[in-house]
Design a protein around this ligand. Sequence first.
Ligand code: C5P
Length: 234
Amino acid sequence: CNVKAVIPAAGHGSRMQSDIPKQFLTVGGKTLLQYSIEAVCADPRVTEVIVAVSDPDSSDLPNASEFHVAQPVTYISGGDTRAESVCRGVEYAVAQGATHTLVHDAARPCLPKEALVRVIDSGTASQHGAILAIPVRDSLKRAMTSSGMAAHIEESVDREHLWQAQTPQVFQAQALLNGIKHMGAHNPQLTDEASAMQWLGYQPVLVEGAFKNVKVTHPEDFECVASWLLASTT
Ligand code: C5P
């Protein structure tokens, strides 16, 4: 099989309260995006990395020689939603002969190699594809607000059988492309690639992820991730 990685990195990261989009924040002289690219290249079954960015011609983007990876890295133009950026990346991957695509968020720079290998093993072995996930650990409550301001709990939700989806997510490339197009890249329910596959009737396999594989969303996530990255490079 020919697995090509697609990394959506065209977001603005407004929840980070930073002028720089989160994937371009630096730790030890490298951007989170560079760490994420290097992380997905740790398995040689990945033959190319396609990165969707807002301006692929920007001189601020690192060039291939700056990555410590064997695989080529190609920048393409992203879209206005994460799903649209992924869709463009998967279209490019299919045109380049990919049988499978591995989609990974630019903002998850601490992906452990063992988790990457596990999800590629399962995602290429099953026609349903596979995603990394971790079991929900906290108690869950439903309330009619998402801001957390003085809302009363309407319901406690049983956390048994609930999982938090992570990336990478690995699927047959053409099936994923069909799923995203059918579901619509602006559909608010399309928050990850598994949702697009489920739309077509597939049941992707859950593969054990890692707590460290957190997505940087808020400033405190960045502090954790930065200390882990620095500890791993020193
Ligand atoms: O905003 P969120 O954390 O869900 O973004 C997840 C990933 O999708 C980030 O790496 C971000 O850069 C990317 N993204 C994108 N194109 C957009 C919006 C987000 O590639 N239009």
